[in-house]
Write a protein that binds this ligand. Structure first.
Ligand code: KIV
Ligand code: ZN
Length: 510
């Protein structure tokens, strides 16, 4: 019988840790809902002590997501453990995930502790966490650069202290697959109580080996793999969930294992995470890249036309990619629209459905063909990035050309009052941003701006992404429209609204 590999998703913790990926609570909850549909076994929802925003995100997910286990990360210290427990105590299946570094380099230079002190601290922390929560995971950070003998000792002792999952991270993405196998084999042979727990791995991708290392670990008894959607995470990222799951699924003959993942939600979840984090997926990315199922060479196309199995080892439908085909049009009804959203992994309540349907109808008036991508863009733009509309766009007019100075007039609504102003700029986008600055009275620094088509075709929607900086903090806003100047204007206002509504959200811990 095929044994199960537990999929531990850390998109919302390690994934969210990468620069620029900061998500608000609403966005985290939507990703968590998508992960629940995908049927991951564990969602690591965040690191509650790291910021009030992280605490709120973990707590909200713990209260609202019921099928997967909800894990909260914690250093091996009392205040973190209490805070982690506070955030997840209402979860149906809570888990506290304790970590402490075990490599000589980390213990000496980062923690400034002796191995004995680290061992005692780890045991103390696991015991304390166990007092709160029946499910405790212990991670030996930088395990792949740790002395094997010390690793055996700390694992043995933390199991005795109550850990029921032991995680072996390749924190800096250093180890090679064969070496990782030796390390895990050593643990199995030298830790006498290892069979009492689930052995887990957590691999980073600095040398591009995160997935290979994770898959190799299965041979040596790992039964939980920690990974992220699209492989996002610290530096070069974490092992990619979709690659691991599809390798196990496609090569059942080799691994003899299975996962609980509902593979048809892989693609929608990947798109949602990409949109909300603003991290584009590289076109040649395995499984979810734009070209992953595209056949360019004539000889390949001819083969696929005769029989897809000539060049396709997986069916695009298995991961929920149905060729980006036309899904709905102007005459589609509310029920068909709702059904399609559910197929994409998004289940709106009535109020949200009404709002979305209204937006969909407006879009269908401007755009003939509506694709899955358009719907995912609508979902993230209209509902998920639900930042308070402190300023709301009421009207804009731009006059531009190759022989006149671009000028923009903008009208915004704030707390029931209309504000209007006009400005010039080197281009139409600058003119409109300048007019908005005159209304808000703020001079924010524009640090990034780009625009891209959501789908193909002349009537494709444009998505504008604007990044602004103020007082050392970065805020991102997105806008979509069939009119690229409108998309840019909306994105700039969203970024300003995000800035105004975000408080102390992203302070980190050392
Ligand atoms: O990479 C790492 O070691 C981690 C631990 C906290 C599990 O993310
Ligand atoms: Zn990590």
């Amino acid at each position: 019988m095929n044994e199960k590999i537990i999929i531990f998703d850390t998109t919302l913790r390690d994934g969210e840790q990468c620069p620029g990926a900061s998500l608000n609570t609403q966005e985290k909850l939507e990703i968590a809902r998508s992960l629940e549909k995908l049927n991951v076994d564990v969602i690591e929802a965040g690191f509650p002590i790291s910021s009030p925003g992280d605490f709120e995100g973990v707590e909200t997910i713990a209260k609202n997501i019921h099928n997967p286990t909800i894990a909260a990360l914690s250093r091996a210290v009392e205040q973190d453990i209490k805070c982690a427990w506070d955030a997840i105590k209402l979860a149906k299946k809570p888990r506290i995930h304790i970590f402490i570094a075990t490599s000589p380099i980390h213990m000496k230079l980062k923690l400034e502790k002796t191995p004995q002190e680290v061992l005692e601290q780890a045991v103390f922390a696991v015991k304390m966490a166990k007092g709160f929560c029946p499910d405790v995971e212990f991670s030996a950070e930088d395990a792949s650069r740790s002395e094997p003998e010390f690793l055996y000792q700390i694992i043995t002792e933390t199991i005795k202290a109550g850990a029921n999952v032991i995680n072996i991270p390749d924190t800096v993405g250093y180890i090679q697959p064969e070496e990782f196998g030796w390390l895990l084999k050593g643990i199995r042979e030298n830790v006498s109580n290892i069979d009492q727990v689930t052995m887990s791995v957590h691999c980073h991708n600095d040398l591009g080996l995160a997935v290979a290392n994770s898959l190799e670990s299965i041979k040596f008894g790992a039964r939980q793999i920690e990974c992220t959607i699209n492989g996002i995470g610290e530096r070069a990222g974490n092992a990619s969930l979709e690659e691991i799951v599809m390798a196990i699924h496609t090569r059942k003959d080799f691994y003899n294992k299975n996962t609980n993942i509902e593979t048809r939600y892989i693609y929608p979840t990947s798109r949602l995470v990409s949109r909300l984090t603003n991290f584009a997926v590289q076109p040649n990315k395995a499984i979810v890249g734009k070209n992953a199922f595209a056949h360019e060479a004539g000889i390949h196309q001819a083969g696929v036309l005769k029989d897809a199995s000539t060049y396709e080892i997986m069916k695009p439908q298995t991961i929920g990619l149905e060729g980006n085909q036309l899904v709905l049009g102007k005459h589609s009804g509310r029920n068909a629209f709702r059904k399609r959203l559910i197929e994409l992994g998004y289940e709106p309540n009535n109020e949200k459905l009404n709002k979305l349907f209204e937006q969909f109808k407006q879009l269908a008036d401007k755009k003939k063909d509506i694709y899955n991508e358009d719907l995912i863009a609508l979902i993230s733009e209209t509902l998920i990035a639900d930042i308070a509309d402190i300023y709301e766009l009421k009207y804009f007019h731009i006059s531009t050309g190759n022989s006149i100075m671009p000028t923009a007039t903008v009208r915004l609504l704030k707390e029931g009052k209309i504000y209007e102003d006009a400005a010039c700029g080197d281009g139409p986008v600058e003119a409109v941003f300048n007019a908005i600055d005159r209304i808000t009275g703020m001079k924010v620094k524009l640090t990034d701006y780009y625009i891209k088509a959501v789908t193909r075709g002349k009537d494709a929607q444009g998505e504008a992404i604007v990044e602004i900086k103020n007082n050392g903090c970065t805020y991102v806003g997105k806008g979509i429209s069939t009119d690229t100047l409108e998309a840019s204007t909306k994105a700039y206002i969203k970024a300003i609204n995000r800035m105004l509504s975000q408080s102390e959200d992203h302070k980190g811990v050392e």
